[in-house]
Ligand binder design. Structure first.
Ligand SMILES: Nc1ncnc2c1ncn2[C@@H]1O[C@H](COP(=O)(O)OP(=O)(O)OP(=O)(O)O)[C@@H](O)[C@H]1O
Length: 225
């Protein structure tokens, strides 16, 4: 489903990945950890092919970074849901409109839009806030709207870049629970964080980025003795 094969990546004069290799299969929950500046955001951007390796390749579903065509990028990105630390909601649109917008741009019939928006909002427990504007929501609620937006096109993969970075520990746990629920339906979830507390809360594969490479990590879970 996702492969990084001998990926080398540098910004103009900043080396980031020297030989990154990893494989994720459909349905996995994967944490990408590593200290600040190690390249977690760059890693996520390589998955939706906003960044392309200098050498090696990234394969995502049916697409490979060294052969993907410009016109295929929107098709790939429609199949991937992305959640950011700062939510990236449209503040001049209601919660409903933030979600319906995503479906309108792909010409979804109006009747289906309503059904899908309400379904996605009830998945994150926010159907009752559909007419609110983002600035009337808490940080946790904003992130739940962002997750609803990410899953509305039924992606095979959800990428979350530090999704709990602006949230308190309890709210962070709620966000992780929602992502777990999405994962249990078969959607692959890849979550990048430097919050090592989070990783004890889910039975997940943990990959640490270190010195430009990916290293698998085994962590004892909180509920294990
Ligand atoms: N557009 C850019 N141009 C040049 N260097 C960049 C650019 N974006 C990031 N970098 C550098 O590349 C390295 C990796 O950055 P990246 O944002 O991927 O790390 P990160 O692990 O996500 O960090 P954080 O946890 O602090 O967000 C850092 O040293 C950063 O300064």
């Amino acid at each position: 489903m996702l492969t990084f094969n001998h990926v080398v990546f540098n910004y103009s004069n900043q080396p980031v990945f020297s030989d990154l290799n990893l494989h994720v299969t459909q349905g996995e929950f994967v944490f990408i950890i590593g200290k600040s500046g190690v390249g977690k955001t760059s890693f996520i951007k390589m998955i939706y092919m906003d960044l392309i390796p200098n050498s090696g390749y990234v394969q995502v579903g049916d697409y490979t970074s060294d052969s993907i065509r410009e016109k295929d990028l929107p098709i790939l990105r429609r199949k991937i849901g992305i959640v950011f630390q700062d939510y990236q909601l449209l503040n001049d649109r209601t919660v409903y409109e933030n979600l319906s917008f995503v479906l309108e741009v792909v010409n979804t019939p109006r009747k289906l839009i309503k059904r899908k928006v309400l379904h996605a909002l009830s998945d994150v427990g926010l159907a009752h806030k559909q007419n609110n504007y983002p600035d009337t929501l808490s940080g946790g609620e904003k992130q739940r709207v962002a997750i609803a937006r990410a899953i509305i096109n039924e992606p095979f993969l959800v990428l979350a870049d530090e999704p709990t970075g602006n949230l308190d520990p309890e709210t962070s746990e709620e966000i992780i629970e929602i992502l777990k629920k999405i994962n249990q339906r078969g959607t692959t979830v890849i979550l990048a964080t430097h919050n090592y507390e989070l990783i004890r809360k889910v039975n997940a594969k943990i990959i640490k980025i270190e010195n430009g490479k990916a290293v698998k990590v085994v962590v004892r879970k909180k509920d294990e003795n």
